[in-house]
Write a protein that binds this ligand. Sequence first.
Ligand SMILES: [Zn+2]
Length: 287
Amino acid sequence: MSRETFPFEIGNFKCIAVSDGTFAYDSHSFFVNAPNERLQQVLREYSNQPGKVTTPWTCLFIDTGDHRVLVDTGGGVDSPPSVGKLLGNFHAEGIEPEDIDTVILTHGHPDHIGGNIDAEGRSVFPDARYVMWRDEWEFWTSDPDLAQLKVDEHLKQLMLMFARKNLPPIRGQLDLVDRETEIVPGVRAILVPGHTPGHVALAISSGGEQLLYISDAVLYPIHLEQPDWYPAFDLAPEQAKEAKQQLLDRIAADKALAMAFHFPFPGLGYIIREGERWQWQPIETKD
Ligand SMILES: [Zn+2]
């Protein structure tokens, strides 16, 4: 099996988890309030080097039969060399940008919108309708206030730069949603705010099967086991915690398959409730 793409089915929908690459984050940024000694111990269990969390960036392609949907565009041309590989991996699967008719942006962070434009600043998916939650679009396109964010100034500037470059060029292709509605038949937006103001998850259902695409509502499996540890990237950690709990309770109750953008590739698995914590159970993938 290629480690870059992972095809699977949800009912009649043909899906592919497509890697945009991997990125090594400073572990403190993923778990800003975690006691360091305990954190480093837990990270070793996930085979991370000391002080780092190396995570994939995994986009989702869905062919519903009527629509070809891309969820998040990865880091694109301005990202570090270890990421920005979405289009190459698409090409290897026989998918070209012109094939995509719907692009859903779960939120406005660089790793989710950076692939919107090419090196000339043009839209990469010229024929697609882009969909984003209204509050999210308005936040990132009006002078966003990142004062509360616990990341350094350099990263804040990077976030602002990516938003300035990658959002205005798609304005003419954009549909904003402000209620939990179907974006295309079988793909429904669910508001999970806190990571960012209008961060969305997606409920994807076909033929009695369901996938909950949680994007960055949970950044890493350790956040399931340690539900009080939160990332520096959460703009409103208390709100994020509450929204995450609701989403996870729903996933656990429905026994739905879940997919997360930064979980070990392909990011697919089940979430099991254990009292106040959750446990990540990745699906089996054959190498
Ligand atoms: Zn992310």
